[in-house]
Design a protein around this ligand. Structure first.
Ligand code: FE2
Length: 218
């Protein structure tokens, strides 16, 4: 799986992760012996190993951008070595235009794994996730519009768009808890993505309305 790794800041800036870390793709870092070391690239990378490696990163690395810089290469490595993950998704709901297939969600475990499908032309609400998230595009083209909070004296939840970014298959996007985005399925094909999220803080997960200038928890 080829593509770029991107990182979205709370200020709505989409950065090329390779420009921040000179070798994130070739040598993913894991912590299974208690200290950072490189992933064994000869070993099959199964979902349970991925989940354990992520749990180790979350235990040892509190800083969200650093977490994401370590997690994104592992997501790429997993998808490169696990063809079955590319085949597991649900068709989009004809009414809502989207679907979610949960691949892993264990009570009291801080990571969920899912595939998400959007039918062509579908547009999501403007939202943040209230947790870190990783979106790996497997199929289709997805336009991301990023926003930043820009409170005024009269509207605390005012937001402004910062930039648009088009994702192609193989591209992976890391989102901080506060990163605000809106996705749109571009073109004639549905988008299929492999998504990984941390533990949601539901009090800090919002849908934004730039016209009413509101942020509503969902
Ligand atoms: Fe999202």
């Amino acid at each position: 799986m080829t593509g770029q790794n991107y990182f979205v800041t709370a200020a709505g800036h989409c950065l090329d992760l390779e420009s921040l870390d000179p070798e994130p793709l070739s040598s993913p870092t894991v912590f299974s012996t208690g200290s950072p070391h490189k992933l064994n690239l000869k070993q099959p990378y199964r979902l349970y190993r991925f989940l354990t490696d992520l749990e180790d990163i979350l235990d040892r690395v509190p800083d969200e951008p650093t977490r994401l810089s370590l997690i994104l290469p592992l997501v790429r490595h997993l998808l490169t070595h696990s063809e079955w993950l590319h085949m597991n998704f649900s068709p989009p709901d004809p009414v809502t235009g989207w679907s979610v297939l949960m691949l892993y969600d264990e009570p009291d475990y801080p990571i969920t794994v899912q595939t998400v499908v959007w039918s062509p032309g579908s547009v999501s609400p403007i939202h943040n996730h209230g947790t870190w998230g990783v979106v790996a595009l497997l199929h289709g083209q997805e336009k991301n519009r990023f926003w930043q909070r820009s409170p005024t004296s009269t509207h605390a939840d005012h937001i402004t768009p910062t930039q648009d970014h088009l994702l192609f298959p193989g591209d992976i996007l890391g989102l901080t808890s506060e990163a605000i985005h809106q996705v749109e399925a571009i073109g004639d094909e549905p988008t299929i993505s492999f998504n990984v999220y941390g533990e949601t803080n539901y009090e800090q997960r919002f849908e934004f309305d730039p016209v009413k200038q509101t942020a509503i928890v969902f």
